[in-house]
Design a protein around this ligand. Sequence first.
Ligand code: URP
Ligand code: ZN
Ligand code: ZN
Ligand code: ZN
Length: 499
Amino acid sequence: DQFDLTIRNGLVASDKEVFEADVGIVGERIVAVARGLPAGKRDIDATGKYVLPGGIDTHCHVEQRSGMGIMGADDWYSASVSAACGGTTMIVPFAAQHRGHSLKQVAEDYAALATEKSVIDWSYHLIVSETDQKTLQEDLVEQIRKGITSFKVYMTYEQLKIDDYQMLDVLALASRENALVMVHAENNDVIKWVSQKLLESGRTAPKYHATSHVALAEGEATNRVIQLSKLFDVPVLIVHVSAPDAIATISAAQRIGAQVFGETCPHYMLLTEDAMDLPGVEGAKYCCSPPLRDRAAQAALWTALKEGVLQTVSSDHAPYRYDHTGKLPHGDDTTFKQMANGMPGLETRLPLMFSEGVNTGRMTLPEFVALTSTNHARMYGIAPRKGLIETGADADIAVWDPKHEVVLTASELHDHVGYTPYEGMKVTGWPRTVVSAGRVIVDDGAFDAAPGSGRFIARGTPLPFQKERQISARGQFFRALADGNTEGHTGFGYTDRQH
Ligand code: URP
Ligand code: ZN
Ligand code: ZN
Ligand code: ZN
């Protein structure tokens, strides 16, 4: 036989088109995409199905301690199984540096866990909370050169946040090393002030989480980091964009040429803050940061994806159980400041976007592919190896049954969270067969793969750094200043021209 595995008679989708083709696989790779291929040693009949590049989830929290110090409920095994069962074939979660810890040690420990347990291919981003010389100039540079070409910083959460001065050090380094900075942009002092006043007035229920993380705090911090990025003309990506305030500032910056990118998540497009207004503390299940917003925000997000203001849809899977280990450290007395932030979403991301996006006409199938896979691969330096069904690419494929109906319920999902924010919701469209690097790991809905069978994928240069970058005289001068290398520089601004 010419092929180890063939997927025949389906409709293959890319980020641009949908076409009839068979897919031929040898070992871990796609070697042919054409009509009329002969059956391989194993042949999957995809009649009536879509053959999609497996999802890539570039924002999820796996086996990680949160900004509030709470350990997530999913390890690399349960998270990667859950992802796979929902059609995602690569995850890129976070190795989080909490203050006082060595970034190098954090990264090495995290990679060891993934190597041992992940059932699908993986990489990780770093979360950087220290900006000392060793963290930035040694450990981070070493990680970037090993293929960890992106990292996240926080503007809020007391234990993780960096200030504007530190942000400039981080942005200068990213500019020099061609690494993509992902920013959690919320104004910490606004949230702190409102929270304090709410607690003092006796307002402790989960819904006040949304009150305190007011959308203008997100808009302000988003604008602030964009302005800071312009000092070096360095690309930045704003993660989990939730509201029109942030969308407007990103869009305005893009219109004047700033290299600003954005991500959103299914829950911001499908749920509203009203979900938190439940009896007792049950609203904690819907607590995430930024918080759920209103229907106007949902509409603005769908439009921002359609118009290309935002480029990726990630899960921001942040798995906390509805008990003392996660959402309710103080049981029924837990205040909105004490609940773990975040919601599960690794497994439901693709089905929700397909059912609520493609089936409703809010996005085309190629747009769905771009937002859930191709754009992630390009943005984070994984293309052309992943993100498209093409000769030479890794055989990471979701064979998608567009008619398969599922009523979402926590007990049928594979994460360890124990609840789903979408309990009882019906989705149409599910990946019944999933192929990871040529291995059929989900076969007609049944999962089978060994812990550790996924591979580390060293990532290349993120797309925003691959293009010839337009760096202004201002950007060039401040980059040189950051590197302590202004000799021979013509300088920038009136102060230099006076001499
Ligand atoms: O509430 C959320 N999103 N928790 C996860 C941590 C983060 O900031 O992404
Ligand atoms: Zn510690
Ligand atoms: Zn975040
Ligand atoms: Zn997150």
